[in-house]
Design a protein around this ligand. Sequence first.
Ligand code: T46
Length: 141
Amino acid sequence: MIYEANVDEIDFSIKGDARGYLVPFEDGVNMPFAPKRFYYLYGTDTEIQRGFHAHKELKQLLIATSGSVRIQCEWNGLKKKFLLDSPTKGLLLEGMVWHVMDKFSPDCILSVLASDIYNEADYVRNYDDFKKYEAEYLNSF
Ligand code: T46
């Protein structure tokens, strides 16, 4: 089974006036998918690493709405680290991207908009399985 992968850093369009700032997300305007789920991670200790999985089909937009967190990604034979440290930017993870979140600041709230409801069957939690799926994808060209 071939699963596509894509990673993209996105700078949001900010609405603001004398009262403060606002960042809207609208399907068909600036959202790359229509979200079906929202969740957030908070209270994660600085020393903790989370994630260690990829998703087969799920698309997610990760935003540090408070504080900062590092996201280490691996996809399509590439490895890259991203720092989410502002509510004005996000990280789009589409499909088969192995990701690990760490270096959570004490005030970090990592908010996630997801393209589908929670489904454990969509997770690839074994790294060797991830590499097999990735190799299948890379050999398909
Ligand atoms: C991801 C990263 C960024 C639910 O019951 N419903 C949910 O919507 C989610 C996301 C999780 N759960 C349960 C499953 C586990 O028993 O919450 C527990 C913790 O989930 P997990 O160990 O997968 O958490 P993280 O921080 O490793 O990963 C989470 C998301 O699960 C994952 O999709 O991409 O954040």
